[in-house]
Design a protein around this ligand. Structure first.
Ligand code: AMP
Length: 447
C-alpha cells in the first residue's frame, strides 16, 4: 500500500500510466493506463502481497503512451525476475537498439527502459552478480536515468553519473525506500535521509541503505526544470526546498523585470511560488485571480498539443472582481510553446483587465531537452526565431519579461556548473548528436 500512496504523492510527475511490482516468490506486477488510482484497481493493489517492491508513474519522452510501455518492466531470467522503473532518457538508446537488433535481439516495447532491462539481464547472465552488472549497465547507458530495480528479491536504486534527474532515499514506517522526491517521505510518515549521489548505486536492505560507489560520477548536471516546474513545491532537491527556490526566482524577477501594476496574479499552480516572491519585492498586492478546476490534470502531460489547448479553458476561470479595470502582472514558471499563456492573457483581458503584463520564472526555452522533458524540437518553442518583444506580441501581452539565466541560477542556489541548462543555453552536459557540449562552468559566463 505504501508504494501505491507514494505514486499518488508523485502523480504530478506522470499521468499516462502507473504500475507496481512486488517480490513474493518471484516478481508480481500490476499496471494500467491513467492516474494511479484509475490504473490500479483497489482489489488488485490489496492482493499484491509482498514486503518489498517498486512503482512508477509515467510521463513519456521516448516511446509512445501505451500499456506495453507502462512500467515497471519485468523480465524473467535464469537469475530470477528483474523489474525496472526509469525516470529519464537514454540518449544512446537508438544506437544500442540498432546494434542489438543486428545481433538478433528482439524488443517488445519502444522504450529506452526496455533496452536497459535487457542489457542488465544479459549482463547478469554473464557475471551472476547484480551489483557488478548494474555498474556495467551504467557504463553502457548515456543520458539521464534515475532507476529503481528489483533483481530477484534485492532492491536497488541507481542515479546517472551527472545526477540529471532527482532521486533520494529515506525511511518509511516499514523500512527504507528511494523516490524521485522527498515529499514521499513526508507523506508516508517517514523521514528524508539524503539525495542519491550522481553515479551511485544504493541497495535498500531491511536495516540499512547500502551505498555502492561506482567511480562513474562525472560532476553534476541537475535539471533546472525540476525546480522551475516539475517537482512539487514542498520537495527538497539537492538541499534546496523547491518552494524557496521559486520564491527567490520570483524576487529576482521583480528586480530584473519591474513593471507598474495594481495586482500580481499567479498562474496556478506552477507560477504561484514565483508570484509570491515577485509581489514581495515589487511591493504590489498579490491575489489569486484565476481559479483552477483541480480535477483537470496538469496540461503539459497530455501528450497531444490539441488536448493541451482545450484543457486551458477547462482548467482556469478568472475572478472578475480581482482583475477588472486593473493593471495585472501574470506570473508563470516558464513559457515553452506559449499556447497556454496566450490563452490565459486573453482570458484575463476578457475579464476586464486594463493591462496584462507577463513575467516568467525561467529564461526563454529555446533548445530541445534530451534528458527527460518532452520538449523535443526547436520549431515548437515560442522563443525560436523571436525576440522577447515578438513573443510578447504573440501572446498578446502588454509587456513580457523573463528571468535571466544568471538570476535563475542564483535562485536555485547551486553553482551553474552543477546544473543542466541545455534547454536555455543550447549547451549540454554531455555529447548529443548535432548539439554543443557545455563548456561554461561559472556563473559569470552567463553575464
Ligand atoms: P506552454 O503552453 O507550452 O508554454 O506550456 C505551459 C506550461 O506547461 C508551462 O508552465 C510549462 O512549464 C509547461 N510545459 C509545457 N510543455 C512542457 C513539457 N513538454 N514538459 C513539461 N512541462 C511543460
Amino acid at each position: 500500500m505504501d508504494i501505491f500512496y507514494a505514486l499518488r504523492v508523485l502523480q504530478h510527475r506522470g499521468q499516462e500510466s502507473a504500475g507496481i511490482a512486488v517480490y513474493n516468490n518471484g516478481i508480481k506486477v500490476i499496471k494500467g493506463m491513467g492516474l494511479a488510482h484509475q490504473a490500479l484497481k483497489p482489489d488488485d493493489v490489496k492482493n499484491l502481497k509482498g514486503d518489498r517492491g517498486i512503482g512508477h508513474v509515467r510521463y513519456s519522452t521516448f516511446g509512445s503512451s501505451t500499456i506495453e510501455n507502462a512500467q515497471p518492466i519485468v523480465v524473467s531470467t535464469n537469475y530470477g525476475d528483474i523489474a525496472l522503473c526509469h525516470n529519464g532518457e537514454i540518449v544512446n538508446a537508438d544506437k544500442i537498439m540498432d546494434e542489438l537488433k543486428k545481433k538478433g535481439w528482439a524488443f517488445i516495447t519502444s522504450t529506452d527502459s526496455e533496452i536497459a532491462v535487457r542489457l542488465l539481464a544479459n549482463d547478469i547472465a554473464n557475471t551472476g552478480d547484480p551489483v557488478k552488472s548494474l555498474k556495467n549497465l551504467m557504463t553502457m547507458l548515456q543520458g539521464s536515468y534515475s532507476m529503481t530495480l528489483m533483481i530477484d528479491s534485492r532492491v536497488f536504486a541507481i542515479r546517472d553519473p551527472l545526477g540529471i534527474r532527482p532521486l533520494c532515499v529515506g525511511r518509511t514506517k516499514t523500512g527504507y525506500a528511494a523516490a524521485s522526491e522527498s515529499v514521499v517521505f513526508d507523506t508516508l510518515g517517514g523521514e528524508f535521509l539524503r539525495d542519491v549521489e550522481p553515479g551511485e548505486i544504493v541497495e535498500l536492505l531491511p536495516g540499512e541503505v547500502k551505498s555502492i560507489k561506482t567511480g562513474l560520477a562525472k560532476g553534476r548536471a541537475h535539471c533546472m526544470f525540476e525546480w522551475v516546474y516539475i517537482a512539487r513545491a514542498d520537495s527538497t532537491i539537492e538541499g534546496q526546498l523547491v518552494y524557496e527556490v521559486r520564491r527567490r526566482i520570483g524576487q529576482k524577477l521583480a528586480k530584473e523585470q519591474p513593471v507598474e501594476a495594481d495586482v500580481v496574479v499567479p498562474i496556478p499552480d506552477s507560477g504561484r511560488s514565483h508570484a509570491i516572491g515577485y509581489a514581495e519585492v515589487a511591493g504590489i498586492p498579490y491575489s489569486e485571480g484565476l481559479m483552477k478546476n483541480r480535477y483537470v490534470e496538469r496540461t503539459f502531460i497530455m501528450p497531444e498539443q490539441a488536448e493541451r489547448t482545450t484543457n486551458v479553458m477547462l482548467k482556469l476561470n478568472p475572478l472578475k472582481s480581482v482583475i477588472k479595470d486593473k493593471r495585472v502582472v501574470l506570473v508563470d514558471d516558464s513559457i515553452v510553446r506559449g499556447t497556454t499563456i496566450r490563452q490565459i492573457v486573453q482570458l484575463v483581458r476578457n475579464a476586464g483587465a486594463k493591462e496584462v503584463h507577463v513575467r516568467v520564472g525561467s529564461p526563454p526555452i529555446r533548445a530541445p531537452c534530451y534528458f527527460g522533458i518532452d520538449m523535443k524540437t526547436r520549431d515548437q518553442f515560442a522563443a525560436t526565431g523571436r525576440t522577447v518583444e515578438e513573443i510578447g506580441k504573440m501572446i498578446t501581452a502588454d509587456s513580457l519579461g523573463y528571468i535571466s539565466v544568471e538570476g535563475l541560477v542564483e535562485g536555485i542556489g547551486l553553482p551553474a556548473g552543477d546544473l543542466c541548462l541545455g534547454c536555455l543555453t543550447e549547451e549540454y552536459p554531455m555529447a548529443v548528436p548535432g548539439e554543443k557540449v557545455r563548456y561554461q562552468k561559472k556563473l559569470d559566463s552567463f553575464v
